[in-house]
Design a protein around this ligand. Structure first.
Ligand code: SF4
Ligand code: MSK
Length: 641
């Protein structure tokens, strides 16, 4: 496979070459072996829901035939889409439940290594939940907040609490469409019930339930995860760090954390600073310990602790194939089972730590939150013990590494725009109203082996920056642009249009703001709600000059994120499309019908430059509708870009 189909990141190409020379197959080779991809499955026209099937529908058939039960393509595709949304929402929300449990255990003194790090955020949350904050100990307050959030998962009456953060316009649309989310688990279960054979067969009705489930993720499970993590580990603040495979060190013990939850990785951070552990590492001949991350666990310890990131989703196997990783510690989500096969060529141990995620060939050590720090030290000691097993002849670490600034949040991000004395969203809204900024776009999501690694994120964001669009990012997308150097303040001069550059240089921020991990897409929802509250750029989110994009979407979580973004009024450019392209009715509802119900829609565009131009035109239409000032420094869209 040509390197241009592998990645646009030189470190990734070098590491992949190294693996290829050693005849170690990775995701690219396995994907190639899968070709041709099944077109029925890709178009969403394969149904495996009952055991009379699988049934598949010929997209070219002139007759409107159905599967054995009579389910036609619209039903089959909408059911598949709804199930994908439910799986994505379940993953994010179960993560939220896990951190709530630790908050409760910490409050009860049963998880002594954890503490409440952001008391102000705890008090704000408690007040928002109408919990009495006067004369209550912080432990009691934390326990009450945790219990209240637990109720949001399984309550049989009422609605999820944080949905009230959305502007009134969104609330009205959701009520009218009958998608106001009740309880997080309930919406996931109802998706599964409705998509069982012989229940809901109407594509629109199915998709509306998927919307309700996705909203329970974005304004529920994910938002709870973000807020509780801030309470437990501290709200992020801008912090400098490094990214890419070059953060791995030849003379150090390299420990890589991978997955999504910060519960264990935060403890590994603490343990890695412990003198006894560091002395033990030196006793084995290492200079020290380098702790780095992959995927969103990386984002968590990056934005709160400034720890380096080894790479994003498609780099997970390549980190091991450098031959320099003693231990990769994984928790949940986005962990390729192929890791252990790559690890088998080296001395690397892959350790699974969650009872929810075991991988053949990995060593399983069950993480116990009640003795978290001891557990973290045990894992680090086993990594140190593995250091003498490293074969120096197999080590090849690409030297590429980039500086970045991470750690922006809905609370702190735009306050930077106003400086210490004008701590509000006013400067952001003013920047948009005056035409210095065209708008704000969240570029998020995964890597996907069907697309050259990082190429979609890089091309799309670069084009947006030229056109004075402030970009906010999370997940693997943020790491892609970090590797390109655009999360440094200096990138404003190098990449941004004049209006964006002026704002970034005045405030000292990068033109691309890292807002965290996948669950932190909820921070983007809150930021949009704050823009509406500040006034002048629209009375609900669908009127704001904002958009979202996921140019290399891969996971079912990305489907849930895309759906809650659109249902919250944020038009979302997404590639590759979820499995609905074989169904005109479903495609039509997602790309047009949702506009009427929610004020926004999906746009499926595989070319990142065309997607960027589509976004720019979308922002300009929103600006025009609001009668905002013309752009201060207009730059024509270059079709050949
Ligand atoms: Fe076939 Fe219907 Fe069963 Fe699906 S649910 S596999 S379409 S019979
Ligand atoms: S890790 S869900 S590949 S962003 Fe959050 Fe990256 Fe997508 Fe996983």
């Amino acid at each position: 496979m040509a390197n241009s189909r592998i990645s646009v990141d030189p470190a990734t190409i070098k590491a992949h070459d190294h693996a290829r020379e050693r005849e170690i197959p990775t995701v690219w080779e396995r994907h190639e072996a899968m070709q041709p991809i099944c077109a029925f499955g890709d178009l969403g026209l394969c149904c495996t829901i009952c055991y009379m099937g699988p049934c598949r529908i010929d997209p070219f058939s002139k007759e409107d035939v159905g599967g054995a039960c009579g389910a036609k393509k619209d039903t089959i595709s909408a059911r598949n889409f709804t199930r994908a949304t439910a799986a994505g929402a379940a993953a994010h929300s179960d993560h939220g439940r896990g951190v709530c449990q630790v908050l409760l255990d910490a409050a009860r003194g049963e998880a002594k290594d954890y503490q409440i790090s952001d008391i102000e955020k705890l008090k704000t949350l408690a007040a928002e939940l109408e919990i009495e904050t006067e004369n209550v100990s912080y432990a009691d307050l934390a326990a009450q907040v945790a219990r209240r959030f637990f109720d949001n998962f399984g309550q049989s009456e009422g609605y999820i609490d944080l949905i009230k953060r959305a502007p009134e316009g969104q609330q009205q649309r959701w009520k009218k469409a009958g998608v106001y989310p009740r309880a997080i688990d309930r919406e996931v279960v109802e998706c599964l019930h409705r998509t069982h054979i012989g229940v809901d067969a109407d594509h629109r009705s199915l998709i509306l339930q998927a919307v309700r489930c996705a909203l329970a993720d974005g304004w529920g499970g994910s938002m709870i995860a973000t807020d509780v993590q801030d309470v437990l580990f501290g709200s992020p603040k801008p912090v400098r760090a490094k990214v890419n495979l070059g953060v791995l060190k030849q003379d150090q013990i390299n420990v890589v954390v991978h997955g999504h939850e910060p519960l264990l990785s935060e403890m590994i951070v603490v343990a890695s600073r412990d003198k006894e552990i560091l002395d033990y590492a030196k006793s084995k001949g290492a200079v020290g310990i380098t702790l780095s991350g992959i995927c969103c666990t990386a984002n968590e310890i990056l934005m709160r602790q400034g720890y380096p990131v080894a790479g994003n989703f498609l780099q997970q196997e390549l980190a091991i194939s450098t031959g320099a990783v003693e231990t990769m510690i994984v928790d949940v989500q986005c962990i390729m089972p192929g890791l252990t096969e790559v690890a088998g060529h080296f001395h690397t141990q892959v350790i699974t730590t969650s009872e929810k995620a075991r991988i053949p060939g990995a060593k399983h050590l069950q993480f116990e939150e009640h003795r978290a720090l001891d557990f973290a030290k045990t894992i680090l000691k086993s990594a140190i013990d593995n250091f003498p097993n490293r074969d120096a002849g197999k080590v090849d670490i690409p030297q590429e590494m980039m500086d970045l600034v991470a750690g922006f949040t809905a609370e702190n991000t735009f306050h930077h725009l106003g400086g210490t004395f004008r701590s509000s969203y006013r400067p952001l809204n003013d920047g948009i109203m005056s035409g210095r900024l065209r708008g704000v776009v969240g570029v998020v999501g995964c890597n996907n082996v069907r697309i050259p690694h990082d190429s979609g994120h890089i091309a799309l964001v670069e084009e947006l920056l030229k056109h004075d669009v402030l970009v906010i990012q999370t997940g693997c997308s943020a790491l892609a642009c970090a590797k390109a150097g655009w999360l440094r303040p200096e990138a404003a001069k190098e990449k941004a249009g004049q209006g964006l550059r002026e704002i970034c240089e005045t405030v000292g921020i990068p033109p691309v703001l890292h807002m965290g991990s996948c669950v932190d897409n909820s921070r983007i929802l809150v930021a949009c709600a704050e823009m509406v509250k500040e006034g002048g750029v629209g009375v609900d989110i669908s009127q704001l000059p904002v958009a979202a994009a996921a140019p290399e979407a891969m996971s079912e979580k990305a489907v849930s994120i895309g759906l809650y973004a659109v249902a919250s009024g944020i038009t979302t450019f997404y590639s590759p499309a979820p499995r609905i392209l074989g169904t005109p009715a479903v495609l039509d509802y997602l790309t047009k019908g949702m506009e009427k119900d929610f004020g926004a829609c999906w746009v499926f565009e595989d070319d990142p430059i065309k997607a960027a131009h589509g976004i720019i035109e979308h922002l300009d239409r929103k600006r025009e509708a609001l009668k905002l000032d013309p752009m201060m420094y207009p730059v024509k869209i270059s079709r050949s870009a």
